[in-house]
Design a protein around this ligand. Structure first.
Ligand code: FAD
Length: 681
């Protein structure tokens, strides 16, 4: 088909707004808010400008948008070395220990700030029982920052597992965003800038420097509310645009379309942005498959950890016990302390053996807790305590995954009275939860045992000059979660300002012509307007996905095609996460055709334009993922994915990082193995 270009003959030309800043923060989630808060402190006294751009409203954007009930990474009285070992075990032995250790030594400070800013953190009461955040305040329990030692803090916080602390977190993101917005506002006034916080602006592409090779100079994005395109120029940029969902076909389709574990707005922009700039990636073969309450994707962690609830198969057996030996036999050395993927694996063995469904025994866990309370406190007080705990359990869903509460109500399930079904979800790409797919970044350089080549000057800078990474897009260092992503953003904030100050002579010059970039961005509009009368159906409204045309493809259909390819060829739910060389090669052929068809994506309105670009981003994230799995000839993450042609873990040949780089000029990929170094015994 003839290649289309946008000459604005059919669609309206947008207003183009150019904005120059010193430090540009892309994203408005946990890492971006951390970066804004920290960077402004260093930038403002030096007269440097900081700008944040978020595709949504920062108060409720990103993976924490709906709130959380636990902060998953808090060291307290634990040893940072133990945190490194826990992350290493969970991620099957291969992590960047320098990055993880560095995170561990900084993360608590972010948690203390959250509490100071108003986030209620649970504390232990004088009777040894937990007080929720409000009760702790009424009981005049001190703030964590005001406690003298980590050991004393450890005695006071309420842990749900070794690393988690319980919070009343419905407004968590609003609180974190407020601090970032205040810092930005202070910076804006001090530097005399009109605007430095852009919301509902969707970043589509990086722009490289015209004169300095391998240096980023800016980014382009589009308003999702107005007919405006934004072109940003900066001396340093943070990519904090999160991970990728809806790359694989979700379990909930049709009736449940839009339900997923990972919020649907995390569309792979972070991966696309960095790879199009030429940044090196690592462990993109990794993915996250959470075992969650079926259909509602509600969180199971707190029930597992806090209420000590068990997940049993239909025979009443614990798959981890029943199949623990099989895991050690098939994956020697990995069965004793099973990582998240292997815990999925045992449930999958059980389900494949016809022993499903797996159900979490929430009701017996609650009964056992209630019994313990009554024994300690007497019938009346014990019952009261249990009621309060039940309310907390409900809050767990209401503040995090309200859809789960709705699902249970709609299907007549009372989880405190009967077991609730669990299922492994479709795969997601991310690097801050129990996954580690992302970019290869510089470490801090001061941690003993780290190879010298793991640090190239500025902490968390990518292999592209001026381009920093934080949160979900950083590879080989998962289990940062919300607090760690914020802390990592702060690390970047400080280092990016140092980078700018060290390179004050640099002036960004954009490599691409703005007109050409704008035309590329608006092409889906032009295509739609040009061909909208050729559609086969006059019965549906213009933006209805059922409108089929020989000249274009709507984003909804395009996304479904992508999800189907990934599902069937790259190990989604259709094949129980199984793939192979031949399957991936076939899938890559289909992805190539899909990418070609991307030139015919059509948008009837600004929302569909956003959806078109989300698809471009997803497709590239998907292809990188597929190519990485193809390169690594083993099954490193059983329970996340399986290479049927290499079903074992092969430590002799593959206990290494797999790094890749996409060359946008030549449209080629380079892959290499990078030695893994264990720094902590
Ligand atoms: C379902 C779920 C449950 C979780 N539960 C917990 C928990 O209980 N405890 C805990 O500590 N952590 C939890 N986490 C982890 C935590 O949410 C993440 O680690 C953290 O949010 C990652 O931070 P981030 O900045 O990388 O991404 P996010 O916080 O997701 O932010 C990404 C940002 O990028 C913006 N963006 C995306 N694309 C673009 C674009 N093209 N242009 C402009 N902006 C863009 C988004 O609007 C958003 O502001 C959970 C995560 C998920 C998904």
């Amino acid at each position: 088909m003839e290649k289309e270009t946008c000459t604005f003959s059919y669609c309206e030309r947008p207003e183009v707004i150019e904005h120059e800043t010193d430090f540009l923060i892309l994203g408005g989630g946990m890492s971006a808010c951390g970066a804004a808060f920290e960077a402004c402190q260093w930038a403002t006294p030096k007269g440097l400008r900081v700008t944040m751009v978020d595709k949504a409203a920062t108060d409720r954007s990103g993976a924490v948008a709906q709130g959380l009930s636990a902060i998953n990474t808090y060291m307290g009285g634990n040893k940072i070395e133990d945190y490194v070992k826990y992350v290493r075990t969970d991620l099957m032995g291969i992590i960047r220990e320098d990055l993880v250790f560095d995170l561990g030594r900084h993360v608590d400070n972010s948690v203390h700030l959250f509490e100071e800013w108003g986030l209620p953190i649970w504390k232990k009461g004088d009777d040894g029982f937990s007080l929720d955040g409000l009760q702790a305040k009424d009981a005049e329990k001190p703030l964590l920052k005001d406690i003298a030692s980590n050991e004393e803090r450890e005695k006071l916080v309420v842990r749900s597992g070794k690393w988690q602390v319980m919070i009343n977190g419905e407004s968590y993101k609003v609180i974190v965003a407020e601090a970032a917005k205040k810092a930005l506002e202070h910076n804006r006034k001090a530097t005399g800038v009109d605007q430095n916080h852009f919301e509902r602006v969707f970043i589509t592409k990086p722009i490289m420097d015209a004169n300095v090779p391998n240096r980023i100079a800016g980014a382009i994005g589009v308003s999702v509310r107005e007919n405006k395109v934004y072109v940003f120029k900066a001396k340093a940029i943070l990519n904090g645009m999160g991970g990728a969902v809806n790359v694989f076909r979700p379990r909930s389709i049709g009736e449940g379309m839009g339900r997923a574990w990972f919020p649907v707005w995390n569309s792979g922009s972070g991966y696309y942005f960095g790879m199009q700039a030429g940044a090196e990636m690592t462990l993109m073969e990794n993915r996250f498959v959470p075992m969650r309450f079926k259909d509602g994707y509600g969180p199971v962690g707190a029930w597992f950890l806090f209420f000590k609830a068990k997940a049993l198969n239909a025979m009443g057996e614990d798959p981890a016990v029943k199949y623990g030996d099989a895991v050690e036999r098939d994956y020697p050395g990995y069965g004793k302390a099973m990582g998240t993927c292997l815990r999925n694996h045992v449930s999958m063995i059980s389900m494949r053996a016809g022993e499903g469904p797996i159900k979490m025994q929430t009701h017996t866990a609650m009964q056992a807790m209630g019994k313990g309370f009554k024994e300690k406190l007497g019938d009346k007080e014990g019952a009261k305590k249990l009621k309060h705990l039940e309310a907390e359990a409900w809050e767990d869903f209401l503040d995090m995954t309200i859809a789960q509460a709705g699902m249970w109500a709609a299907s007549d399930i009372e989880p405190d009275r009967e077991p609730s079904e669990l299922i492994p979800s479709e795969p997601y790409l991310l690097g801050s939860h129990a996954g580690c797919a992302g970019f290869w970044v510089s470490g801090p350089g001061d941690i003993k045992g780290a190879p010298a080549e793991w640090s190239w000057g500025y902490n968390r800078i990518s292999t592209v000059q001026g381009l920093f990474m934080a949160g979900d897009v950083v590879g080989a260092s998962g289990h940062k979660f919300s607090s760690g992503s914020h802390a990592e953003g702060r690390i970047v904030g400080k280092n990016a300002i140092a980078f700018i100050l060290d390179n004050m002579g640099y002036k960004p010059v954009l490599k691409n012509k703005i007109d050409a970039l704008v035309a590329e961005l608006y092409l889906p509009f032009e295509i739609y307007e040009k061909y909208k009368t050729y559609t086969t159906s006059g019965t549906f409204p213009p933006n209805d996905p059922r409108n089929v045309s020989p000249h274009y493809i709507k984003p909804d259909m395009y996304q479904k095609r992508l999800m189907k390819i990934m599902d069937e060829y790259v190990g989604g739910i259709a094949t129980w996460y199984v793939t192979s060389k031949t399957l991936i090669e076939e899938g890559l052929k289909k992805l190539a055709v899909l990418e070609e068809d991307g030139a015919r994506l059509a948008a009837a309105n600004l929302h569909e334009l956003l959806r078109c670009w989300e698809n471009y981003h997803r497709v590239w994230a998907a292809e990188t993922h597929a190519r990485h799995i193809l390169f690594r000839q083993e099954s490193r993450y059983p329970g996340y994915y399986y290479r049927a042609d290499f079903p074992k873990i092969d430590d002799t040949n593959w206990k290494c990082f797999v790094n890749s780089r996409y060359n946008v000029e030549t449209n080629t990929w380079e892959f290499k193995k990078v030695p893994y170094v264990q720094m902590f015994p």
